[in-house]
Design a protein around this ligand. Sequence first.
Ligand SMILES: NC(=O)c1ccc[n+]([C@@H]2O[C@H](COP(=O)([O-])OP(=O)(O)OC[C@H]3O[C@@H](n4cnc5c(N)ncnc54)[C@H](OP(=O)(O)O)[C@@H]3O)[C@@H](O)[C@H]2O)c1
Length: 492
Amino acid sequence: MRVGVLCYALRHMFAAPSPFSLVLFGASGHLAQIKLYPALYILALKKRLPEQYAIVGFSRSAMDDGAFRSLVADAVHTHVPAVNESVLTAMLEHVHYYKGEYDSPDDFTALAKILKNLEKRWSGIVRLMYFSVPPSVFSAVGKNLCKGGVHTPEIPLRCIVEKPVGNDQESFQAIRDALIGCFREEEIYLLDHYLGKEAVRNIYYLRYANPVVETLLANALIHHVEITSFEAAGIEGRAGYFEHAGTLRDMFQSHMLMVASLLTMPLVETEQSIPKSRFGALKQFYLPPAKNLNTVILQGQYDAGEVHSSTVPAYQEEEGVATDSRTNTFIALKLLSRASRWQGVPFYLRSGKRLEKKETRISIQFQEPTEVGEGANPNCLHIILQGEAGMRLHLQTKMGGTNPSFRALVLADPLVCMGDCLPEHSLMILEAIHGKRHWFLSFNEVQTAWHLIDPLQAHLDEPTTALHHYPSGSKGPQEADAWITQQGVTWH
Ligand SMILES: NC(=O)c1ccc[n+]([C@@H]2O[C@H](COP(=O)([O-])OP(=O)(O)OC[C@H]3O[C@@H](n4cnc5c(N)ncnc54)[C@H](OP(=O)(O)O)[C@@H]3O)[C@@H](O)[C@H]2O)c1
C-alpha cells in the first residue's frame, strides 16, 4: 500500500506543466556540455517540458544566440545516441545566450530584463538558476541575482547548485552565508548527481519495499559493509579541478557518504521526511578512534598502465597535473556508525580512478556464527549500482556426498531501471522545476560531510603521510589490500 501510494506520487511528478526560465551559469563549460544540454534534450524528447519555456546560457565566453545553439546541438549530438533532429530543432528555438560577467550587477540587471521579455506572455512562471560554475564563483552569482533583480518576490526562484559546495568547511560556510544572504533555504537546491541516479535511490527503496531485506540489516547479523566505487576513467581533462580536490573530496565528501546514509537511514512514511532521516544517518558516522589515522584512511595515486587494453599515462603525466603532484586518486576509509542498529559494524569505503573496471557496489557481509564446513563462504548481499548493475545474494548449498561440503548458491537479478527512467540530471532538473527537494542536499548534510572529511584531508596533506602508487588497470595499491587484511577482512 505504502509503495503504491509512492509510485503514484512519483509518476505524477514527471510532467512539467508550468512555464519556466532556466538560466545556466557556466554555459560554455564541461558539465553543461556533457550532462546538462543532453539532459534538457532528453526531457524535450520525452515530452516533459511545457510549451512555454526558455533556456538562457550565461557565461563570459563571446557567443551570440546562433553560436550558442550550435554548441548546445553539438553537445547533444556528442553525448546522446540517435538524436531526433526535429525534437532538437524545436528545443533550440527556446535557447538563448547572454555574455556576462559573474561579478557584474549590471549584467544581472540586463539578464533580468531579458527574462522579463521572454516571460511576458506566460503565467505561473518558475525561474531556475543553475550554478554550473566553479564554487569560487557561487557567491558572486548568488549576490548578483538579488542585486540585479532576477530574484523578485512575485516569481518563485530555485537555485540549483552543483557539488562540491566549497573545498572545506570554511569555504563551504562562506558560500552558504552568501547564498543565505540572498535566498531562503527552500530556494536552494544543492545537487549531488548521485542522488539523481535511480540505482542510488533504490538503495533506500529496496529496503522500503522489502521487509525481508530490511530485517537483515542489523548489527547482530552483519560482519562488515564494503562500499566500493571504481572508475576506469582518469581525470578526463579536468586537472584544474581535480588537482585541488582529489578523490577524498571528489568522491567521499558527498557520493560515498550519501550511499552509506541511504543504506543506514531509518525508513520513513512520506517522501517529505527523507532528507531529515538521511541527514540523521549521516550524522551518526564517525572515524574509529585511532592513535594513527593511517589505520583509518589510506591514499593512492595511479601510475601508467593499461585500462580496457589501452595504454594510459600516469596521473603525474596528465595534462595540467604537476609532475610531483601528491593529489590522491584512490582512497580507502573505515567508518563506524553510532546508530544503535549499526553499532560495531565497520564500513569500509573505497574509491579510485583508472581502476580495472567501472563499478559501484555495496557488499554486506553477514556474520557466520559457526563454521559451516568445507567450501563454505559467509552469506553476502551485493547491491551493484553501476557497472553490471544487479543484486546478488550469496548463499551456500550442500554438495552431494556423505561428508557435508558446500558450494555457492547465488540468487541474482540485473537491477536495471525499468519504467519511467531518466538520466540523473534530467530527473533532478525536472524535480527542481516542480519544487521537489527530497533528493537534493541540505546545508546541514554538506556541513556534516565536510566536518568528517576535513581532518582526514589534513592528515593526507601531511608530507609524511604515504601516497601509494598503483598501476592503472589494477584494483588499486597493494597496500590497500594489506590495510584491510590487518582489519581481518578482504575486499569483495
Ligand atoms: N564536469 C563534471 O563532470 C562535474 C561533475 C560534478 C560536479 N561538477 C561541478 O559543476 C560545476 C561546473 O563544472 P564544469 O566542469 O563545467 O566547470 P568548468 O568547465 O571548469 O567551468 C564552467 C564554466 O565556468 C566558467 N569558469 C571557469 N572557471 C572560472 C573562474 N575561475 N572564474 C569564473 N568563471 C569560470 C567558464 O565559463 P566562461 O569563462 O565562459 O564564463 C567555464 O566554461 C563545478 O562546480 C564543478 O565542480 C562538475
